[in-house]
Write a protein that binds this ligand. Sequence first.
Ligand SMILES: Cc1cc2nc3c(=O)[nH]c(=O)nc-3n(C[C@H](O)[C@H](O)[C@H](O)COP(=O)(O)OP(=O)(O)OC[C@H]3O[C@@H](n4cnc5c(N)ncnc54)[C@H](O)[C@@H]3O)c2cc1C
Length: 424
Amino acid sequence: MNLKRREFVKQLAAGAAVSAIAGCAETSRTPAAGRVVVIGAGYAGATAAKYVRMWAPDIDVTLVERDSEFISCPLSNLVLGGSKKISELTVGYGGLAKYGVKVVRDDAVAVDPAKREVRLASGATLGYDRLIVAPGVDMQYDTLPGLASANAKSKVLHAWKAGPQTVALRRQLEAMRDGGVYALHIPKAPYRCPPGPYERACQVAHYFKTAKPKSKVLILDANEDVVSKKGLFMAAWNGPYKGIVEYRPNSELEDVDVATLTAKLQFGGVKADVLNVVPPQRAGQIALTTGLITANNRWCGVNWQTMESVKVPGVHVLGDATLSAQLMPKSGHMANQHAKVCAVAVIAMIKNQPLNPQPMMVNTCYSFIDDRNVVHVASVHTYDATEKTMLPVKGAGGLSDKANELEGTYALSWAQNIWADMLA
Ligand SMILES: Cc1cc2nc3c(=O)[nH]c(=O)nc-3n(C[C@H](O)[C@H](O)[C@H](O)COP(=O)(O)OP(=O)(O)OC[C@H]3O[C@@H](n4cnc5c(N)ncnc54)[C@H](O)[C@@H]3O)c2cc1C
């Protein structure tokens, strides 16, 4: 009996040693603990893919992204202002290979939650145990018939996804006569990046101040007031940009006449030399076709402890596509935080481990007033198990006193650090 037991223990030890060696040399030979597919390699999806692999190298992770490179929306307004080139905001996906994330360049076109499969435009299918959907936003043009055609969209740009549109809008600004009007339409909140449009107005004003001093920036805001960092932006428009920037609240857009570059508002039209319309937005198309949208035909409700959809089990939704919790901005920083909470939860769910009872998230959004001076807003959010949502932590976070150069250096470091956190 004793001999048998000793033999058994020896066999067990040998087996364990073999699998440990096999695990070191070639992890793909040991079956993965689970399969995770991530759709969208932006601020949320790339971070989630990397952190699942970093924290659980035995989980197989495939990241599906339609674009060849990541181009950051944060700092993209500086391309319009002229102090950055789009190449400075572009990062490749190559760094994810060292974590064992398989990056597939394709378009996810359908999800079958019953079979737990994602279908790609190439025709391939990917099976999953847990799916993470992080597609960002799509623009909603249905209320703006004048912008329905591709030709109209190429003349009146949104530039609310960084890339070719950002570069094209900069060219429109460069080509504009001195004395012209740049009009920027802001949709009703919630939209991607609450302070983003106001930062854009400052960046264009900064460019005009030096290159085209007779020109004007006209902000047509569908909201009744400045949505974010109001005092700080007003200080810029009444200070260095006095006479250049004009702010008009309650300016909801009814349609656009592309031929005359006229924004049609309730009380008449506003003609511009460069018209930049940021349309209302909703969760990216794949969220819609997967049945993840739960609020106003636009946003996806999630369980904030796990980021799992409240509607489709096994599918987690991150980033701008989510129905934001109270005072939670649609920002890159927040998308990065969603991703980390989700990575922990997905690993726990695959491995039948307990969930983190109280996830926390933080956010900082910097806005460039000119090419150097910056302001910030910061907030902290914690999971409330009674309310089953994330709530802002009272007294945490805050706002800059005034625009300053030190925060300019912080903002540039923030960008480098968050890009490294997700992609390097
Ligand atoms: C002008 C501007 C300035 C901003 N400034 C800041 C800032 O200073 N700080 C900040 O924190 N945030 C800022 N933001 C907001 C920030 O960009 C977004 O909140 C952030 O990008 C959201 O991350 P996401 O992962 O949800 O979406 P995204 O970063 O847009 O990523 C979504 C990805 O999914 C891919 N995708 C979508 N559908 C599919 C599919 N079916 N198949 C394959 N791939 C797909 C897309 O190609 C994209 O790469 C700014 C935004 C703008 C427009």
